[in-house]
Design a protein around this ligand. Sequence first.
Ligand SMILES: *[C@@H]1O[C@H](CO)[C@@H](O)[C@H](O)[C@H]1NC(C)=O
Ligand SMILES: *[C@@H]1O[C@H](CO)[C@@H](O)[C@H](O)[C@H]1NC(C)=O
Ligand SMILES: *[C@@H]1O[C@H](CO)[C@@H](O)[C@H](O)[C@H]1NC(C)=O
Ligand SMILES: *[C@@H]1O[C@H](CO)[C@@H](O)[C@H](O)[C@H]1NC(C)=O
Ligand SMILES: *[C@@H]1O[C@H](CO)[C@@H](O)[C@H](O)[C@H]1NC(C)=O
Ligand SMILES: *[C@@H]1O[C@H](CO)[C@@H](O)[C@H](O)[C@H]1NC(C)=O
Ligand SMILES: CC(=O)N[C@H]1CO[C@H](CO)[C@@H](O)[C@@H]1O
Length: 303
Amino acid sequence: MTPFLVLTLLGAVPLALGDASSKRGLIFIPDNDHPNDDNVWDSSSSDLTWYYNYGPSPSPNYANTKLEFVPMLWGNESDNSFLDTVSGLIDSGTNVTYALGFNEPDGVSNGGSGIAAEDAAATWIRLLEPLREKYHVKLGAPAVTGSPSGFTWLQNFFTACNGGCHPEFIPVHWYGNFDGFASHIGQVNATYMNMSMWVTEFAIADANLSDSQSFFNMSTQFLDRLAYVDRYSYFGGFRSSASNVGPDASMLDQNGQLTDIGSWYLGGSATGNVPKGMGSNVQANLSFVWTLFAILVLFWSAS
Ligand SMILES: *[C@@H]1O[C@H](CO)[C@@H](O)[C@H](O)[C@H]1NC(C)=O
Ligand SMILES: *[C@@H]1O[C@H](CO)[C@@H](O)[C@H](O)[C@H]1NC(C)=O
Ligand SMILES: *[C@@H]1O[C@H](CO)[C@@H](O)[C@H](O)[C@H]1NC(C)=O
Ligand SMILES: *[C@@H]1O[C@H](CO)[C@@H](O)[C@H](O)[C@H]1NC(C)=O
Ligand SMILES: *[C@@H]1O[C@H](CO)[C@@H](O)[C@H](O)[C@H]1NC(C)=O
Ligand SMILES: *[C@@H]1O[C@H](CO)[C@@H](O)[C@H](O)[C@H]1NC(C)=O
Ligand SMILES: CC(=O)N[C@H]1CO[C@H](CO)[C@@H](O)[C@@H]1O
């Protein structure tokens, strides 16, 4: 641990655990198998202030809530539908203050949009800059992965923009431990000093429950304290049995109930609901199959 981190952690102590944070947002991932889960986040008393859903249009579940919608241009688009959709929202009175650029354009797996920096720059100038110019929408730079290739991609993007792209803030993604997270954020800040930051995806992936909870506590307190981080959204709001970052990071358990992390994120207290992974279903299916097999064997030997 570096001296910088020790100071940061000591400095974090006076901040009470579970303090309300106005920076908190929701990454909304609808669950088509369990539509009731989609309403868990719709609470007027929670800490959440904003959400995004990787797309240009608000989610019907949140249309009349206090959660502010932030549209995203997820990937490359050859038509103008993103610009038309968001312009239409603004023209009809929706308060759109921010828009997000491409999702993990330097990655192709796990939701990465895999766009060449040159294509992204051209599409940015065509579909995002008009929102800034006409409606003063504040733009988030492409949200690259937390790997070293992310920095390279972003550098190539700004080069290809040739001065024509004007993001106001820089989104960050991270899936690792807290020390790595803090050092990554420091590196982004040092590279893009004139921009504030949003952390639009973060979690410790594939860790056990106590490590996941420690990471959650440390990282949210850290982000709450950093003046140059304006907003953040934790990954994520889905069932542990459907999680692609390990069951213990998720905010819902396998039955759709808030886990401790899920409840803390909304500003509540621990629920004691212990998340279980896909493995628990596989286990159940295996014993189901074995039971079926045993019954068949019994029938066969009896006949
Ligand atoms: C629109 O949203 C922004 C950002 O949340 C907020 O600062 C502003 O007051 C809102 N404007 C209106 C008219 O509600
Ligand atoms: C991305 O969009 C640009 C237009 O902005 C287009 O020229 C290019 O072919 C597209 N690339 C891909 C891979 O779809
Ligand atoms: C920050 O600096 C970069 C160049 O280093 C520039 O492209 C960008 O527009 C600047 N952003 C703001 C908000 O001033
Ligand atoms: C973050 O960037 C600012 C300049 O915008 C700088 O003053 C500050 O020292 C940086 N913080 C860290 C922790 O690197
Ligand atoms: C969680 O994993 C860490 C290793 O990262 C290990 O040190 C710790 O003992 C584990 N805790 C539990 C409760 O299994
Ligand atoms: C995380 O913070 C909560 C309060 O918000 C506390 O009850 C819990 O013990 C903390 N857990 C860890 C592992 O730090
Ligand atoms: C009988 C049983 O437990 N079936 C489960 C098998 O696994 C799927 C998902 O992997 C579950 O949805 C089923 O409930």
